[in-house]
Design a protein around this ligand. Structure first.
Ligand code: ADP
Ligand code: MG
Length: 720
């Protein structure tokens, strides 16, 4: 059976006409557009209707009331404006490179204006000795300033400005530019659009709300975002539009959450029974951290509440999430429910299976393992046990999602390293019982609070913010490749002390072949440097057969190999406490969250652990920032903040798979955290008072949510 999880939208909502129909008109009907340009706008910018264009905002504004002198122009400046006159023209170059050059003087300095195309036209339009304003992006070559294809405009007004104020700049493509649809032309279309529909724009939020929040009315905001009357009005317009965008995302998420809470009956785990208690008193080899205890309390409360749990457990690498998950699973079996734990890789699933079987020794809880390489006969046995209900805990990989996997009564689903899974996959687990099971998703890629609010905005969130006692912070160092011999020396010392070492190579899809060669060359040179019989080096990568991988992992876990050369298959979850050195080759090619995950493979035992980042000598400023961040902190949340700032939300691990394309039109999750929190609070108050948005004053909100769902970039109905 499939479970509908789209909330408000599943209700029959009459189309409420808060949004004027005009905005749905085809762009070809806008004065200045026509069928050809309409086609181009659709193809290049995905703009099909008046409304699309109205919400196509400038990516920047240029203050056209400011002028520079030619002498003030420096390298790498963006668009600038200068005033002066052309003193003479000349031609340069041959064939394709033939160009018209005008020498432009502001009375002190001289700049070159260069045209490769439209030369005839320029010669007709532009004359020497006339006062002009030249506007463009300057380049400096051999100390000479030049502008290629600048805007040249006659100085009309006394004060020397043409349009004055802030001029909007729109992104356009090369194709558009060659069809004369440059930024300026788009601005012209925006102007036409404003004339046509500007006064008719109606509010998209209840007017009382807009008033009480002191937001700029939508009509003014949509005018000022394109044609700001002043910097202050621009800021207010931006605020209004960002708020609205973030507010509807939050309202949608919170409304879904409320709807689920109302409509789905959670399986009730009313008692704490033998398995849990015996485990706690006899098998648990250490005491739980305070954070683990707190999170367990939160989970237990959910499980007993009669509501379905949807909880995200965030905790830095090594904070002991598995154990919390396991204890929740024991609660399930104490209440005669089955549970399953899904991990993203076979290595990790195997490891969880072993750890859990060890942990549960003597308790009489049955545990099964299902992965891609589980043999047919074994599968058949497992499936029979699952369906009869004899098997209580099932651990596995994606294989758990297959339709053939049928439970008797699945009460709890745990997804480990959930950032590795797609939303659809998670949703599939819901369907393994007629009444959806409780869901706990765990992630060790901490994400900033603002992002969590958006990506997981409909989940409850628990955080383990404490590491088990006795862990020594990992020391991280960054070395250039030229220091390799020193690193070899360090490796020998550590091995002498009885430690084990991971050496990781990047393996990135796009350049897999080359990377693979790097890995193999690396392995060969390590074996030369650390030869048998004194040393044993094993290798693990994604292209090995599962049993070969297992063998290597086994050798390393048992301490029989001192060095493991690997790709990022070992990135998540792997737990070998005696391994205390992590060396990452070509570290500049990894993202911050990946580096942090990899580093988390060490620092799990009592010994001082080290992480060594090896890079080439030449680094981009972003790479340098990543390295210095890794060296300076072990805090996953802090690292996540830097990651977000460097990359923007769309590229963060855990968001790409979130089912949300993140093409926010104006808000920026990384920068607009305050507006986001504000929007969430406002949305929260609204759904607390009126969960299904049935009250009269919330009619617009409900109608907008319905529209919102139709927007192609979001499909919130899929988020579980
Ligand atoms: P992660 O949160 O990264 O999944 P794990 O669950 O793999 O972390 O735990 C890391 C290690 O810490 C494991 O060896 C686990 O047994 C151990 N551990 C978990 N909780 C505690 C605790 N309260 N005290 C000591 N060690 C713990
Ligand atoms: Mg883990």
């Amino acid at each position: 059976m499939s479970v509908r999880i789209s909330p408000v939208f599943a209700l029959e909502i009459p189309y409420f006409c808060s949004v004027d129909k005009l905005q749905d008109s085809d762009l070809k009907f806008l004065p200045g557009v026509g069928p050809k340009k309409a086609e181009l706008l659709k193809k290049e910018l995905k703009l099909a209707t008046f409304g699309d264009l109205l919400y196509y905002f400038p990516f920047k504004y240029i203050d056209r009331s400011r002028f520079l002198t030619i002498a003030q122009i420096e390298e790498d400046m963006s668009f600038v404006q200068v005033k002066g006159r052309i003193t003479s023209f000349s031609f340069a170059g041959e064939g394709n490179r033939k160009r018209l050059v005008a020498f432009f003087s502001d009375g002190v300095g001289i700049a070159e204006l260069v045209w490769f195309k439209g030369i005839k036209w320029i010669q007709q339009k532009v004359a020497v000795n006339t006062p002009y304003i030249v506007f463009g992006k300057p380049t400096i070559f051999n100390g000479r300033v030049s502008f290629v294809h600048p805007d040249v405009e006659v100085v009309l007004k006394e004060d020397g400005t043409i349009s004055g104020g802030l001029q909007p700049y729109y992104n356009t493509s090369e194709k558009m530019k060659s069809a004369f649809l440059n930024s300026k032309a788009v601005a012209k279309l925006q102007e036409n659009l404003q004339k046509l529909i500007g006064p008719k724009i109606v509010e998209r939020m209840p007017e009382d709300l807009v008033g009480s929040l002191k937001l700029m009315p939508l009509r003014d905001a949509l005018l000022n975002i394109h044609f700001p009357r002043s910097a202050d009005l621009l800021r207010k317009a931006q605020l209004r539009l960002k708020f609205e965008e973030l507010f509807y995302i939050q309202l949608n998420l919170l409304a879904q959450k409320k709807y689920r809470q109302k409509k789905i009956n959670g399986h009730v785990f009313s008692k704490v029974g033998e398995s849990f208690n015996n485990f706690y008193s006899s098998n648990l080899p250490f005491s739980l951290t305070e954070a683990q205890k707190r999170v367990l309390r939160e989970i237990r409360k959910d499980l007993g509440s009669g509501r379905q749990m949807n909880r995200l457990l965030q905790g830095d690498v090594g904070s002991g999430k598995t154990l919390v998950g396991l204890m929740a699973m024991l609660l399930a079996s104490d209440n005669s429910f089955q549970s399953c734990l899904m991990a993203p890789t076979e290595i990790l699933a195997n490891q969880h299976y072993k750890t859990i079987v060890d942990f549960l020794d003597g308790l009489g809880v049955s545990v099964g393992l299902l992965t891609g390489s589980t043999k047919k006969a074994e599968r058949r046995k497992l499936f029979a046990l699952l369906e009869s209900g004899e098997l209580q805990l099932l651990i596995g990989t994606h294989a758990l999602l297959e339709d053939t996997v049928q439970f008797k009564d699945l009460g709890l689903v745990i997804v480990d390293e959930q950032q590795r899974f797609g939303v659809a996959q998670r949703a599939k687990l819901w369907e393994k019982n007629t009444n959806p099971p409780h869901v706990l998703v765990m992630t060790a890629t901490p994400i900033p609070r603002t992002l969590a609010m958006t990506v997981y905005g409909d989940l409850e969130v628990s955080v383990i913010d404490e590491l088990p006692p006795g862990r020594k912070p990992i020391r991280t160092m960054h070395y250039f490749d030229s220091k390799r011999l020193k690193v070899f020396g360090f490796m020998r010392e550590q091995i002498k002390l009885g430690r084990q070492i991971y050496l990781v190579y990047p393996l990135i899809k796009e350049s897999e072949k080359m990377d693979f060669k790097d890995l193999q060359d690396g392995y060969a040179s390590i074996v030369l440097e650390f030869p048998p019989p004194e040393y044993t080096v094993v290798v693990v990568h994604g292209q090995m057969k599962p049993d070969e991988k297992d063998f290597s992992m086994g050798q390393f876990a048992a301490g029989k190999a001192q060095i493991m050369v690997a790709t990022t298959v070992i990135e998540v979850g792997v737990n070998v406490p005696n391994a205390s050195v992590m060396i990452i080759e070509s570290a500049e090619r990894f993202g911050l969250s990946q580096l942090h995950q990899l580093r988390g493979r060490v620092g799990r035992g009592a010994d001082q652990s080290f992480c060594i980042l090896m890079t080439g000598n030449k680094l981009s400023s972003d790479s340098r920032k990543r390295m210095s961040t890794m060296v300076s902190t072990n805090d996953g949340f802090e690292i996540a903040e830097v990651d977000l700032a460097l990359r923007g939300p769309g590229d963060m691990e855990g968001t790409m798979q979130s089912g949300m394309a993140f093409d926010l039109k104006i808000a920026n999750i990384a920068k607009d955290g305050q507006i986001l929190s504000w929007a969430r609070n406002v949305a929260e108050e609204i759904v607390d008072e009126d969960p299904l948005l049935d009250m009269d004053k919330n009619r617009i909100l409900k109608a907008e949510l319905t529209r919102f769902k139709g927007r192609d970039s979001y499909d919130f109905s899929q988020i579980s």
